[in-house]
Design a protein around this ligand. Structure first.
Ligand SMILES: [Zn+2]
Length: 413
């Protein structure tokens, strides 16, 4: 049977009625509703000649054996955030299932093709994203912290994953799954406004942004709001405010998709009758280019020192978290451009602001590629998340073509 993109849209609606409610999708990882969605997926693939396996980190693998053991992987995640949208993660999986069905029905492929449903991409219950893919990638290095995590009801992460036969101490055994991986493909909704603003259905993802997150503490002097003249003040908030505005220029001047966000400022004493003594500011900076990310950070630090001296306050920087930019595979980027042009006429290349399972797989050294399909109004992680059905269908066709090109490439290697 040929590829049937419309079937994917029908299946997505079925999944929504099975695992969603009036507030949205409810397939939070390590819950019964999640398990129900995964069982429904497994059932839909039961007629195909696939090996089915759950690995040590709870990832589900559907393997179509080919002439060679070298494997092209197509991935996604069935888990959602609470009150989530109907496309995030499961579009990837259901489109991948349709492509796998098409390949299986064409006969034995020259290389092995595997669909993977990653466990707990969202981290919605315990605040730790990319659980299954980071275990498979071998980059999960925070077991000691994971052991201490609890959900809102006080259930620990080890107990929650244990209920699904995952032993946290052995989760990294999932790394064996990537030993035969020759390429990894993932389709995802954009979750941003770029493709819609360009009136394009599909885009090629160049990679995921590197991220620098810092806590910046400004320290001045609390003083009476009535008795302290303006020119005698050491106002910590003034420094934070100047930086919050200046980083917009830093991002603009850096360009190429640079983003800088001052996500919050907490002031103390925080009362109406006092000058602010300390202002704790959160800064998030992202760029696809490691050098530009580093220079954005350096520029923000330099500006902060200037503002500190103008305002006669102190400033201190502390790194909260960082990750390097992850660039996808050049050859696969070329195939993705071709695939999109074949089904939609025009392609567009863009970076991904959010991290995805694909970033973990790429970090593990597997040539990786993502496709984005347009998101309406750029909304995601809400029941308002949506994409036009005709664009969803185009995305399935593009993923199918990308998979074919990738299989031929790996087979010829
Ligand atoms: Zn997702």
């Amino acid at each position: 049977m040929p590829l049937d993109p419309a079937r994917v849209v029908t299946r997505l609606r079925e999944l929504r009625s099975l695992t969603g409610d009036e507030d949205g999708e409810q397939r939070v990882a390590w819950t019964e509703t999640w398990a129900k969605g995964r069982a429904w997926l497994a059932e839909s693939l039961a007629d195909l000649p696939l090996e089915v396996e759950r690995d040590a980190a709870g990832n589900d693998w559907y393997t179509l054996q080919g002439d060679s053991d070298r494997a092209v992987l197509i991935g996604g995640h069935m888990d959602s955030v609470p009150n989530g949208g109907w496309l995030d993660g499961c579009l990837n999986v259901l489109a991948g299932a349709e492509v796998l069905r098409r390949i299986a029905e064409d006969g034995r492929p020259p290389v092995t093709v595997r669909l993977v449903d990653w466990a707990d991409e969202e981290g919605a219950r315990f605040g730790r994203s990319l659980f299954g893919s980071s275990a498979a990638a071998g980059s999960m290095a925070d077991q000691d912290e994971l052991r201490k995590l609890t959900d809102r009801d006080g259930v620990s992460l080890p107990d929650a994953v244990g209920a699904f036969d995952v032993d946290l101490d052995h989760a990294l055994d999932a790394h064996a799954q990537l030993a035969s991986a020759a390429a990894y493909l993932e389709l995802h909704i954009e979750q941003g406004p770029v493709l819609e603003s360009l009136d394009l259905p599909l885009g090629v993802v160049l990679g995921t942004f590197g991220v620098e997150r810092h806590r910046i503490t400004w320290t001045g002097q609390a003083a009476h709001a009535g008795s302290t003249p303006m020119d005698k003040r050491r106002d910590a908030l003034a420094g934070a405010a100047k930086l919050a505005l200046a980083i917009r220029d830093v991002a603009r001047e850096t360009g190429d998709g640079a983003v800088c966000t001052s996500g919050g400022v907490v002031c103390r004493p925080g009362i109406v009758t006092s000058v602010v003594e300390t202002a704790e500011q959160l800064l998030d900076q992202r760029h696809l280019d490691a050098g530009k990310l580093a220079s954005m950070l350096a520029r923000a630090e330099e500006l902060s020192r200037g503002f500190a001296s103008e305002e006669n306050v102190d400033v201190a920087w502390e790194r909260i978290w960082s990750i390097e930019p992850i660039l996808f595979d050049e050859t696969l980027i070329g195939f993705a451009d071709e695939a999109i042009r074949e089904v939609a006429g025009t392609s567009h290349r863009l970076p991904s602001g959010p991290l995805h399972d694909a970033a973990e797989v790429s970090r593990a050294g597997v040539p990786t590629m993502m496709l984005f399909v347009q998101s309406l109004r750029g909304l995601s992680h809400t029941k308002l998340e949506d994409t036009k059905p005709e664009h969803l269908e185009l995305s399935v066709s593009a993923l199918d073509r990308l998979a074919s090109k990738t299989i031929d490439w790996i087979a010829a290697k």
